[in-house]
Design a protein around this ligand. Structure first.
Ligand code: CS2
Length: 488
């Protein structure tokens, strides 16, 4: 079978949708940092939709770490298949908006030349929570992060996303080129404001003048992004290539649902994202909170409780009625009351989420979602718990999600199997578990004292501690299913 490429576009299976524009006429308007599966199934698809009318907004993708995406997409002229799956079947579409992929370590100067080009007006990011090199509890830069220490000492050869953005903005400033707009598309709370805080702090540490310039002169609109994109497997690659009629080594698999809400603040211009289905708004905060708390909060809870009790995928976990009832109760009684989203029907949003989680055609692994919990919990569960505490309301189910995470990062599932815990703090948690030697109270106190996750307030809250202790004990004695069944 021939490899997917520009030359092969004309020979694909007839039902495959291909770019409606001439790719040779597309130029770079966006540089995207962190070209993983999520970007390719989300933003790249929106941009693909509008290139026919606005060919000046093609994307150069940058990988900050692994060359895998570049290696796979270079022989494919940047093309890849987006496979949308649900119970009704699979629809294929070839996305043409990614013009090339560069790797930071190998192509630093070429990346910087794209970043300083006046035609680059947007630099977007999906570098995951940990790519911001920040302290998740406070949302501020972690100046002791090894990549930040490196980038402050060697500003012209940055390794981190903040370091790269600041070096590019400094070079634009020196050249008299207006700054680009920085568009965070990660699941961080107030992602634009948070990115501004982190990048500005880094710039101040480099040079206060540069700090002031970025603080006042660069736009960081916030966004809410939503599309479920499980990691692509070898089986996906084989199945998609067969349906496509060409060999695609780097397809992405996703659900039909997609949402992108963007704050409309682009001083150097933007494509008509709304023509591709995005919602342009003045204030993204309510949407973002709704999504982070309901979707991602439920996802993480499901991932830890599901994994501990032996479930491999989200769909498999939510098809157990007790899990579904528990999630619904958690969303209805403990999350929805903390939200205020003008015009939204939160009960309908909740029900649609439960249906999306049930999508039998997506094998979204609980293990994948369980990754990097120390970076995710603060905005997904702990912020909601703080609001519940402030309102004098209970947070029993939300706390079970937190207790399940604590159990998970201790490194053993309910059947006694070791867990491959992936988290920047995995080593620290393993250490805390080993040192507490099975003493549940000692372990709880040790994990609670991890300030970058819990801050100072939650560990000091007696009700929070007691609730966690009760759940940890029940998870250990009765297991996840019995524990959550008591809370439906
Ligand atoms: C998931 C998200 O892996 C995770 O942590 O919760 O990637 C989730 O699928 C997306 O945010 C959905 O929009």
């Amino acid at each position: 079978m021939l490899r997917l490429s520009n030359a092969e576009l004309a020979h694909l299976s007839p039902e495959v949708r291909t770019p409606a524009y001439d790719r040779a006429g597309v130029s770079v308007g966006i540089v995207h940092l962190g070209i993983g599966a999520f970007h390719r199934a989300h933003q790249a698809a929106y941009v693909d939709e509008l290139l026919q009318s606005e060919p000046g907004w093609g994307v150069v993708g940058v990988s900050l770490k692994s060359p895998a995406t570049r290696n796979a997409l270079a022989p494919q002229d940047g093309l890849f298949t987006l496979a949308t799956r649900d119970a009704a079947g699979t629809a294929l579409r070839v996305i043409g908006s990614v013009l090339s992929v560069l790797v930071l370590d190998e192509d630093r100067e070429e990346i910087l030349s794209h970043l300083v080009a006046p035609s680059t007006r947007i630099v977007s990011l999906t570098v995951t929570e940990k790519g911001y090199c920040h302290d998740p509890a406070s949302g501020d830069l972690d100046p002791a992060h090894p990549d930040i220490v490196h980038d402050l000492a060697n500003p012209a050869v940055p390794r981190s996303a903040p370091g790269l953005l600041v070096e590019a903005l400094a070079r634009r400033r020196a050249a008299g080129t207006p700054p680009f707009t920085v568009l965070s598309c990660d699941n961080l709370p107030a992602n634009g404001t948070t990115t501004r805080r982190i990048v500005t702090r880094f710039a101040y540490l480099r040079d206060p003048d540069l700090g002031r310039f970025i603080e006042t002169g660069v736009a960081f609109p916030s966004t809410m992004v939503d599309r479920i994109v499980p990691a692509t497997t070898d089986a996906d690659r084989d199945e998609i290539s067969a349906l496509l009629g060409a060999d695609d080594q780097w397809p992405v698999v996703t659900e039909p649902f997609s949402q992108w809400v963007i704050e409309d603040d682009f001083p150097e211009g933007r494509p008509a994202f709304e023509s591709a289905g995005a919602q342009m708004v003045k204030d993204v905060a309510p949407f973002e909170e709704m999504k982070l708390r309901l979707l991602n909060g439920a996802h993480s809870t499901l991932a830890y409780l599901g994994y501990l009790s032996g479930h491999q995928t989200v769909a498999e976990t939510v098809s157990v009625p007790a899990f579904r009832s528990f999630l619904k109760a958690m969303m209805t009684s403990e999350i929805i009351p903390t939200l205020d989203v003008p015009g939204a029907n939160l009960e309908a949003y909740r029900d649609a989420l439960l249906d999306r989680f049930l999508n039998p055609a997506l094998r979204h692994r609980t293990w994948q979602i369980a990754m990097d919990g120390s970076q995710k919990l603060p905005q997904r569960l702990l912020a909601t718990i703080r609001d519940r505490i402030a309102a004098g309301e209970d947070f029993d189910r939300l706390a079970l999600g937190v207790a399940a995470w604590m159990t998970y990062v201790a490194g053993t599932d309910e059947a006694g199997n070791p867990i491959d815990v992936r988290d920047p703090l995995a080593g620290q948690f393993a250490d805390l578990a080993a040192r507490s030697g099975g003493d549940l109270d000692a372990y709880l106190d040790a994990v609670l004292s991890v300030g970058v996750v819990f801050g100072q307030d939650l560990p000091a809250n007696a009700e929070f501690r007691t609730t966690l202790e009760r759940h940890l004990r029940s998870l250990r004695t009765n297991g996840a299913v019995a524990t959550l069944s008591a809370l439906v």
